[in-house]
Design a protein around this ligand. Structure first.
Ligand SMILES: *Cc1c(COP(=O)(O)O)cnc(C)c1O
Length: 390
């Protein structure tokens, strides 16, 4: 028996319970329709909310930047210096998010690892459904953890009461919950944070480009300011269509992170084409909110259609559309049948969502046309009936 036999055993187990991820290979740009294994399929699972991932203007910005600056950043920014494009991106993001300053990191995931340990909180209060990158960020601390019931401000309040002897307190929540599409009650959380003198951090990965004026995100959506929400974590890999993460807030916060955050100090910055493309995305959003409006129109149209067919779309309040199926095996089967019908929509199971709550997660995009959505509804109906879900 080899030392690594346990790996095969675990893979077999995942396969048995329907949790093995078969990763599809895409042979075309990320758009409304994709080419997968030579087959043309409707894309219903990317986070490319606004269709910017293959936008010609953004691709052009990346090409021009490569001609001017090359590709690589050379080393970490504190050692090799910061390329001016990284500064331009940070300033552009600050204008977009209406904050004093932002600081860029390599991804949204990394940003949570960068920020959470550096707050040095004595106690952390974290929503039970927070994203894995927040959970891992919390694991990097020695803080006392309080996990409050999902979106339950009363439970948050009692946990804060319970932990009131702790000095520095940090509350962390996702803005939009990525698997259910519901929105954190950030206005109420901000009020409680103030009452308990707790630092408030929100991860706006699925709020940016989606919520608020021109997709400015959840803080704008609730008409709050960055005096109410101390730390706003963002990603450039979803609605912005590129890759990268950042923190928005005060100059003090970003200056502190530039001196302290380990992924900033010990890992190189994003590449030139990433940064140039991200700048172009943010500028498009600031100039024109038509893509955001189209996204919402598509989401409302599709979700209404699914509910009319009798599907359970959970408690979504955003374009994230969970199609609740329960058992992981059924959900996988559903996804497979959809693929036969030219629909690419992945099944999501444990540990991404709790056991017994497997689902197809449909992601709407401004890239979809009404005909695309009608096509999808027709196929969901067909598969739903054949698997006796509706
Ligand atoms: C997707 C996601 C991330 C990770 O973002 P990347 O830029 O892809 O690393 C972090 N937090 C939340 C809430 C997310 O949904």
């Amino acid at each position: 028996m080899s030392k690594l036999t346990f790996m095969q055993e675990e893979l077999n187990r995942l396969e048995d319970v329907g949790l093995y991820n078969n990763i599809r290979t895409i042979e075309s740009p990320q758009d409304a329709w994709l080419k997968i294994e030579g087959k043309r399929v409707l894309n219903m699972c990317s986070n490319n909310y606004l269709g910017l991932a293959d936008d010609k203007r953004i691709a052009q910005a990346a090409k021009e930047a490569i001609d001017k600056y090359g590709v690589g950043p050379g080393a970490v920014r504190t050692i090799a210096g910061t390329m001016e494009l990284h500064k331009i991106l940070e300033d552009t993001l600050a204008e977009f998010k209406q904050v004093e300053a932002t600081i860029g990191l390599q991804s949204g995931f990394v940003t949570n690892q960068a920020v959470i340990p550096q707050i040095g909180a004595d106690a952390i209060f974290t929503d039970s459904l927070n994203h894995a990158s927040i959970i891992d960020g919390v694991r990097l601390t020695k803080s006392k953890r309080f996990i409050y019931e999902h979106n339950d401000v009363n439970d948050l309040n009692s946990k804060l009461e319970e932990g009131k002897e702790f000095g520095r307190k940090l509350i962390i929540t996702d803005g939009v919950f990525s698997m259910d599409g519901d929105i954190a009650p950030l206005d109420e959380i901000a009020k409680i944070a103030k009452e308990h003198d707790a630092i408030l951090m929100v991860d706006d990965a699925h709020g940016e480009g989606v919520l608020g004026d021109h997709g400015r995100g959840i803080v704008n959506h609730f008409k709050l300011s960055h005096h109410d929400v101390d730390i706003d974590v963002g990603t450039l890999s979803k609605a912005m269509g590129v890759v990268g993460g950042y923190v928005a807030g005060t100059k003090l916060l970003t200056e502190y992170l530039a001196q302290k955050a380990r992924p900033f100090l010990f890992s190189s910055a994003t590449t030139i084409p990433d940064v140039a493309a991200a700048i172009a995305s943010v500028r498009i959003l600031m100039e024109d909110d038509s893509l955001v409006r189209k996204l919402w129109k598509n989401a409302e149209y599709f979700q209404q259609g699914m509910r009319d067919l009798g599907f359970d779309t959970g408690k979504t309040q955003t374009p994230i559309t969970p199609v609740m199926l329960g058992e992981a095996k059924l959900s996988k089967e559903f996804s497979k049948e959809l693929f036969k019908e030219d629909i690419f929509a992945m099944s999501i199971g444990f540990p991404t969502v709790p056991k017994g709550m497997a689902r197809i997660r449909v992601m709407l995009s401004a890239a979809h046309s009404t005909e695309d959505l009608d096509f999808a509804l027709q196929k969901f109906e067909k598969v739903g009936k054949s698997l006796q879900v509706i």
